[in-house]
Design a protein. Structure first.
Length: 100
């Protein structure tokens, strides 16, 4: 298609999916592209284990465990960073990610 002196291309893309959560895997919307978002859209299914331990101790305590299905890698990183940011003078916080 031509718009003035500029050629405009439209692509029709197709892919097989097993669930609705997979629809946008590997794709970036026009809005995201215009906003300059460069998020990692790789989806991961995993178990997140939230851990804490007293400063200067070696054993970790399991605080909670969540199972996530098809979560974007960048969202997973945000969850981990927010939990770790809770570390203070008394406790260290960490996460363990186990891919399904």
């Amino acid at each position: 298609m031509t718009n003035g002196n500029q050629n405009v291309y439209h692509w029709l893309l197709y892919k097989d999916i097993l669930s609705e959560e997979e629809i946008f895997t590997g794709f970036q919307t026009k809005h995201q592209f215009k906003d300059g978002q460069t998020a990692d859209w790789t989806l991961i299914s995993c178990t997140i284990r939230y851990l804490k331990k007293r400063k200067y101790k070696t054993s970790w305590e399991l605080v909670k465990e969540e199972h996530k299905k098809n979560i974007p890698r960048d969202e997973l990183n945000t969850i981990g960073n927010e939990w770790k940011a809770k570390s203070d003078d008394n406790y260290d916080y960490d996460v363990e990610i186990i891919k399904d």
